[in-house]
Design a protein around this ligand. Structure first.
Ligand SMILES: Cc1cc2nc3c(=O)[nH]c(=O)nc-3n(C[C@H](O)[C@H](O)[C@H](O)COP(=O)(O)OP(=O)(O)OC[C@H]3O[C@@H](n4cnc5c(N)ncnc54)[C@H](O)[C@@H]3O)c2cc1C
Length: 285
């Protein structure tokens, strides 16, 4: 097995294209576990952490660009991000333990291709766009279009995620992410829900995005759930509509960690609670 740590996006893309079975290494908290478990056996590992673009957080056109290899711990310590995107930051910081958060990245969480990945519903609710680079150049892809199903991505051979762009935030906007796990931490989401919304001066929701994780083969953007609350002040009827729309979107698996019925029920509950938290935050944002 070969290990390379290129310093530019272009050389990383060329390396990835050069060798069948090459894998990106970011934090390694999924990849190394899968290598130890003989799930994957890469011939070439391309470590992207020396590429400056993947490791920085910068303001861009009123929004925020977050490098794909920035860790959850680094996001949490950023002086301004958590005020603008508290839901994204709390989702990233639910990943694993303190030790795991020192390594785990947003890019790795998305590209591992798990429908239960914690940061992905929060990124989708945020309207984040992934900046991709590959042998044929660069392109942007909304995060909801990156994952096609378990371990299946819309990335072309040799393509990788360089960064994520979080859009500019109007006043009175905020977000929230909640997950259900059978224990208090270090577990995989049985259901995850991300909500981002914007209020007008009277407290009416003018825009919203709702995303659900672990209830379908890919993380879902649930447009009907967002439509259910736009134009409302999230009163009880709007909450009920949100719950119903979230549940209607679910097509979960049945396993020992949660039955189909349980996951569908919890998806509605978490979507409503995340919306209420986002609403509360938006009032003072
Ligand atoms: C103890 C433990 C607890 C965990 N708890 C959670 C949890 O609570 N919630 C959760 O969601 N996950 C959890 N995970 C899984 C893992 O930590 C996360 O998915 C993490 O975000 C992966 O990021 P990474 O940087 O370590 O990815 P890596 O392991 O480096 O990479 C993961 C995969 O993505 C690919 N990849 C990485 N970066 C890119 C990129 N920029 N472009 C294209 N492909 C890329 C790699 O080739 C690999 O296939 C846990 C893992 C462990 C070991």
């Amino acid at each position: 097995m070969r290990y390379e740590a290129p310093e530019t996006v272009e050389s990383a893309a060329a390396l990835l294209q050069s060798t069948a079975g090459a894998r990106i290494l970011a934090g390694g908290t999924d990849l190394l576990v899968q290598m130890r478990g003989d799930v994957v056996d890469p011939t070439l590992i391309v470590d992207i952490k020396r590429i400056a673009e993947t490791r920085t957080v910068t303001e861009e056109k009123g929004g925020w660009r977050i490098g794909a290899a920035v860790t959850g711990a680094e996001l949490k310590e950023h002086p301004r991000l958590k005020n603008v995107w508290p839901g994204v930051i709390e989702a990233a910081n639910l990943i694993g333990s303190t030790q795991v958060q020192g390594r785990a990245t947003l890019g790795g969480n998305l590209c591992n291709g798990s429908p239960a990945a914690d940061s992905v519903p929060a990124l989708i609710a945020a309207g984040a766009v992934a900046a991709l680079a590959g042998p044929r150049g660069r392109r942007d892809l909304p995060v909801e279009d990156v994952m096609l199903g378990p371990r299946r991505l819309a990335l072309e051979p040799g393509e990788f995620v360089v960064s994520f762009l979080l859009p500019p935030r109007p006043p009175r906007s905020s977000d929230a992410y909640l997950r259900f796990i059978p224990r208090t931490e270090m577990d995989i989401a049985v259901v995850g829900a991300g909500v981002s919304l914007t209020l007008d001066a009277a407290g009416t929701i003018t825009a919203a995005r709702v995303s659900l994780g672990a209830v379908a083969p890919r993380v879902l953007l649930v447009a009907a759930a967002a439509q259910a609350i736009v134009g409302s002040r999230l009163d009880k009827p709007a909450q009920d509509r949100l719950e119903a729309a979230a549940r209607a979107a679910c097509a979960p698996i049945d396993d020992k960690r949660g039955t189909v019925e349980f996951r569908i029920h919890v998806a509605g509950v978490l979507a409503r609670r995340a919306a209420l938290i986002a609403l509360d935050r938006a009032r003072t944002a």
